[in-house]
Ligand binder design. Structure first.
Ligand code: UDP
Ligand code: MG
Length: 333
């Protein structure tokens, strides 16, 4: 069987109520486009009935392929595994919860055929999401854009099409803390956006609680910006400048007012608290970078595959992904 033209990748983390409809809607669109395609579902350590449903689909249709992780590795890593295994000339990333309407795939492919290497979907509206989620997402992308050198298009998620050229570069980027939408912007090539209205989740609840969102945000910032490290120098200079001004002021007050001019020690305590707070905050930020450096230098595999279905020998890549692990993998046929 020759390689499919389009690879569609969906990360699956407890999505049992979405898989059937997702496949149905994708199939309907792909039949309209007339392209050959494969559908790769990456089970990111689901604990519900999703794996069984995935296998059922894979047994029915040979263009449905599955990857099962040994445990939950996170959304961005699941998508990465899908990209590593994809054989298509173009790869499309889509969420499994139907917040990204599969019907838009048609337009993504059209733009790709018109010569763009990256076609990302821009949300015009977010239906059925809380005010907090909408607000935090909006603020997040605006902050990221100010802080980083790359321009990540506003209000985009991972719903996008990428040409094989871009995918091959992405596969060579080994970082563990991944922010795929930033990485694709960084890669460049001809990019364009198409607009859509983001639907509410078809079934189930968001798998991104606040803690995961914060971590994801820090990954995004630390992968693309040193700004948090650089502001330290400004705060430090500002405080130093303040101290230089205050020294003669205090000296003059001491001479003219006597030793009790400030009352007790309240000022000292407040200043101490303020200083410690600044220092700890910046230590925390530095720690965020250091922890990520540690993640990278350990060179552990990025994910661990427990099993796969449907891949033929040509595009069945490694079961682990790590640049250091290359030597222990079988050479490519
Ligand atoms: N997901 C995943 N691993 C995780 C969390 C999420 O594979 O640890 C998948 C999830 O199944 C879905 C996609 O990533 O297909 C987006 O997740 P979700 O819809 O919960 O995020 P939100 O849209 O709320 O930001
Ligand atoms: Mg969602």
């Amino acid at each position: 069987m020759s390689n499919p033209v389009i690879s569609i990748i969906a990360p699956i983390y407890n999505e049992e109520g979405n898989i059937a409809l997702l496949y149905e809607r994708i199939t309907a669109v792909m039949e309209q486009t007339g392209e050959t395609w494969e559908f790769i579902m990456v089970n990111d350590g689901s604990s519900d009935n999703s794996p069984a449903l995935m296998e059922e689909l894979a047994a029915r249709a040979s263009h449905v392929k599955t990857i099962h992780f040994a445990r939950n590795f996170g959304h961005q890593i699941a998508v990465t595994a899908g990209i590593d295994h994809a054989a298509g000339d173009a790869v499309i990333l889509i969420d499994a919860d139907l917040q990204d309407p599969p019907e838009l795939i048609h337009e993504l492919i059209e733009r790709w055929r018109a010569g763009y290497q990256v076609v990302y979907a821009v949300r015009r509206e977010r239906k059925g999401e809380t005010f907090f989620k909408r607000f935090s997402a909006k603020a997040f992308y605006r902050i990221i854009n100010r802080m980083t050198e790359i321009d990540i298009p506003l209000d985009t998620g991972d719903f996008r099409l990428m040409d094989r050229q871009v995918v091959d570069v992405l596969k060579k980027m080994p970082e563990h803390n991944r922010f795929i939408r930033g990485m694709t912007s960084w890669i460049g090539f001809k990019q364009t956006g198409v607009y859509y209205e983001r639907d509410p989740r078809h079934w189930g609840e968001t798998k991104y609680p606040i803690s995961k969102m914060l971590r994801f945000g820090l990954d995004a910032i630390t992968s693309f910006s040193y700004f948090p490290l650089q502001i330290m120098i400004y705060v430090s200079l500002g405080l130093g400048f303040l101290a230089i001004i205050l020294i003669p002021v205090v000296a003059v007050l001491r001479i003219t007012q006597g030793p009790d001019f400030f009352g007790g020690q309240a000022t000292t305590i407040v200043l101490l608290l303020l200083m410690s707070s600044f220092q700890l905050f910046f230590l925390f930020l530095m720690g965020q970078y250091v922890a990520r450096i540690y993640d990278e230098v350990r060179r552990r595999p990025m994910y661990i595959v427990a099993s796969t279905t449907g891949f033929n020998e040509n595009n069945k890549t490694s079961d682990v992904r790590s640049d250091s692990a290359e030597s222990i993998l079988e050479p490519e046929a």
